[in-house]
Design a protein. Structure first.
Lengths: 201, 145
């Protein structure tokens, strides 16, 4: 058994690592293959009338749903927050990715930390992060959220929000262009799509 | 007139557009009472650390005369203490708290002298020259895989 697993020949369905989303249009298949799609349980002429069959792993389906409805908590504490508003507004329009700004952590999937985090703000960041439901993701937007930025040596500035909470995507810039933020969001969507695979969080 | 009444008062260099006076700390309150009607507005109160001394800077403005006056007070770096001018210019309340927060200068007879920007229990005064960061270093948090 273990040898077969090592060869990769006989793996369990749940162990499939690659997300498979396959739409089979039965009309395109020849008669004898239609009969063998489900092992011959359903007669072929019925299958012609049924809608196309979607074959996927449950994990991949869940990931697909998650990456297309990542509501975000805009944690704008400085000028990056203004730029984040620009990303959310009509020209760049995060809504078309299913990203809705939502000002309650309990309904949010991703927290976009945009701005300097001071020592006084730090407990609020941690509390809001802990109030978010799993799975939760964090995007550090701008130099201040990544490393403290120009205030790195400041007596009251946390040198990077990753000192408080784990960060998934870093978007550098001061502030980043909206295109850069969108790129970071695409990276996060890739990351969500890889959830459940080996080596992924 | 003022120079005769307050010994130690001298004219000195200051910001452009300001007539600048260096005031001995013991005469600050009296002089402030004297200047209160002429300069009703204390527009700025701050301090400078010169290592061998701390210098308090009061910027006064007169709305009627469009005149500006700068008062400078030298204090020793150890145990700096000076009389509060809150009774003369009420706006000095928060500004003195900020100077206390950043430089550790204590103001006698201040109604509520505690830290204004930093939190209670913070060690040290950040704008002093010999300031070292008291915070312990934090490690980077990484999502477990």
């Amino acid at each position: 058994m273990s040898g077969e697993k090592a060869n990769g020949k006989q793996r369990k369905y749940a162990d499939r690592t690659e997300p498979v989303v396959l739409v089979r249009h039965l009309d395109d298949l020849p008669e004898e293959e239609i009969g063998s799609v489900d092992g011959g349980m359903v007669p072929a002429f019925w299958k012609r009338l049924l809608p196309p069959v979607i074959l996927t792993t449950l994990q991949a389906l869940v990931n697909w749903g998650r990456q297309n409805s990542t509501w975000y908590l805009p944690f704008g504490t400085a000028c990056c927050g203004i730029e984040l508003m620009a990303v959310g507004a009509t020209r760049f329009d995060l809504d078309r990715h299913g990203m809705v700004p939502w000002f309650s952590p309990r309904q949010c999937d991703v927290m976009i930390v945009a701005g300097t985090i001071t020592e006084k703000m730090a407990p609020a960041v941690v509390r809001l992060y802990e109030q978010m439901a799993e799975p939760r993701y964090v995007i550090a937007m701008g130099g201040c959220a990544i490393s403290g930025g120009p205030f790195y040596k400041g007596y009251n500035v946390v040198p990077g929000v990753d000192r408080l909470i784990p960060v998934d995507v870093y978007v550098p810039g001061c502030p980043p262009r909206p295109e850069a933020v969108l790129h970071g969001i695409y990276l996060l969507r890739d990351r969500i799509a890889r959830t459940g695979r080996k080596g992924s969080p | 007139m003022l120079f005769g009444r307050f010994p130690g008062l001298e004219e000195t260099g200051g910001p452009a557009g300001f007539w600048t006076l260096r005031v001995p700390p013991e005469h600050l309150l009296e002089l402030g009472e004297e200047l209160r009607l002429a300069f009703p507005h204390l527009s700025c109160l701050t301090a400078v650390d010169f290592r061998d001394r701390l210098e308090l800077v009061y910027l006064l403005y007169s709305q009627d005369q469009k005149e500006r006056l700068c008062l400078k007070v030298d204090l020793p770096p150890e145990n700096p203490e000076v009389e509060s001018v809150t009774g003369i210019w009420p706006t000095a309340d928060w500004q003195e708290r900020e100077v206390y927060d950043m430089f550790g200068i204590r103001f006698r007879r201040h109604p509520n002298l505690k830290r204004i920007l930093l939190w209670e229990g913070y060690e040290g005064y950040p704008l002093r020259k010999g300031f070292g960061d008291p915070r312990p270093p934090r490690t980077r948090k990484v999502r477990p895989r």
